[in-house]
Design a protein around this ligand. Structure first.
Ligand SMILES: CC(C)(COP(=O)(O)OP(=O)(O)OC[C@H]1O[C@@H](n2cnc3c(N)ncnc32)[C@H](O)[C@@H]1OP(=O)(O)O)[C@@H](O)C(=O)NCCC(=O)NCCS
Length: 392
């Protein structure tokens, strides 16, 4: 068995048959392969690995290069995708071997963290990943936001084709990358893939500054306006975009929009009837999973007070004994000491990303903690839900 990295151009002959068989209706039309080939340029910076036997690719994995904000510190992040093996080559350890190579290479090249969307979380838990929240969807009739239709707000919303608003949109996502826990953006090469998407873009500005944006489409007169992530820098951006939705009253019956777990849509209007859903199912709608790849790279993360030593056993990249302390509100990661807690990579990653507290780490089977470890780990890593944004 040969394991090797392939170029973006080679993906069409090697990865495409594996991932199309795994993720698309099949057999697929010839045009799909042509389209995949045309889009190869967006994968120039991705790392793509295959396992090959007698010249035939039997398994594949890839990582996109992203940047991600984790508690205020922005890291290079490996977005794992295109994980598939040939049905006759499954359960032979090929994907394990590829994923281990991939994560090692991405860490070597600077990724401190990794994110993926699992078909089955327990599969990736074996590789140190732990779940974080899936986005929510708010669905409501625009009448419910009637109070906004004529409201005088200090700003305006422009409706653009994606291609015309792409730069403003990109600028906003980069601003949110600096500001928002969990937020991630693709590198420029892959981000280009979305420039020509056939969607509308509503861009909210106040005093010339972009304060919100949302991609959307309308599927039918009298039916649904389907919006993607409601991206805003704060309440004014949100109000401007909601006002824009409100002005579709009598044109669409419903608006559905993707939101983070910290949005509370029932507070958007007095008479607003709204359904807020977080739907997780497998294999298609899993919540994202995250893991840490590099402990020293976490130094400087904004944290609460505390000083504690933990051990992470059996992990090639973050295994060892680590003293975690806070200096001036910033995390200091140092080697060695006497551990007060033994955590899996997933357990530690859950604390860092703010999704579980130390007692939950224990009850979920992701670590064993002495009583004196609980208070410093709780104060160092207060609960804070990440919003991942990039989907791949
Ligand atoms: C999921 C898939 C990639 C696994 O590939 P594979 O080559 O069988 O994986 P491996 O043999 O390397 O198995 C790796 C580990 O996961 C375990 N595993 C494999 N499939 C599993 C499954 N469906 N559920 C839980 N564990 C599984 C293996 O037992 C092995 O465990 P170990 O190394 O700790 O002993 C393959 O079944 C596939 O292509 N499925 C369809 C596409 C898909 O769902 N891809 C994932 C998208 S996120």
């Amino acid at each position: 068995m040969d394991f090797r990295q392939i170029s973006a151009a080679e993906r069409t002959a090697t990865m495409f048959p594996l991932t199309s068989y795994a993720f698309q209706p099949s057999p697929w039309p010839a045009a799909d392969e042509e389209r995949y080939r045309e889009r190869a340029r967006f994968n120039e910076t991705a790392v793509s690995l295959i396992a090959e036997e007698d010249g035939q690719a039997l398994a594949a994995v890839a990582a996109y290069r992203l940047r991600q904000n984790v508690r205020g510190l922005v890291h290079d992040m490996a977005g794992v995708a295109s994980v598939a093996s040939h049905p006759s080559a499954r359960r032979r350890g090929l994907v394990r071997a590829l994923l281990e190579r991939l994560l090692g290479q991405m860490r070597e090249e600077g990724s401190a963290v990794s994110v993926l969307y699992p078909f089955r979380p327990s599969f990736y838990a074996r590789f140190g990943f732990v779940g974080v929240p899936r986005y929510r969807t708010a669905t409501f009739a625009p009448e419910g936001l009637g109070h906004l239709v004529r409201a005088e707000l200090p700003g305006e919303v422009e409706r653009l084709a994606m291609v015309d608003g792409f730069d403003a949109y990109t600028q906003l996502t980069h601003r949110l990358l600096e500001a928002r826990h969990g937020f991630s953006v693709f590198d420029a090469t892959r981000a280009e893939m979305f420039r020509d998407d056939e969607v509308w873009l509503a861009v909210a500005r106040s005093e010339g500054e972009v304060v919100g944006a949302v991609r959307y489409r309308i599927n039918e007169y009298g039916a649904d306006l389907i919006a993607e992530d409601l991206l805003t820098t704060g309440p004014l951006g949100r109000a401007l975009l909601l006002q824009f939705f409100a002005r579709h009253v009598d044109q669409v019956a419903r608006v559905s929009v993707t939101i983070s777990t910290d949005e509370v849509p029932e507070l958007w209007g007095t008479d607003l009837a709204v359904t807020t859903e977080g739907r997780v199912s497998h294999p298609r709608k899993g919540g994202p999973m995250v893991r840490v790849l590099d402990m020293p790279a976490l130094s400087g993360t904004p944290v609460g007070a505390g000083d504690v030593t933990i051990e992470i056993p059996d992990d090639e990249w973050v295994g060892g004994v680590w003293r975690l302390s806070s200096e001036g509100g910033r995390l200091v990661v140092a080697k060695g000491g006497n551990p007060a807690a033994t955590l899996t990579v997933g357990g530690f990653s859950a604390l860092l990303y703010g999704v579980l507290d130390p007692v939950e780490v224990f009850t979920r089977g992701l670590g064993v903690l002495s009583p004196e470890a609980i208070a410093p780990l709780t104060s160092l890593f207060p609960r804070q839900m990440p919003y991942i944004f990039s989907d791949f």
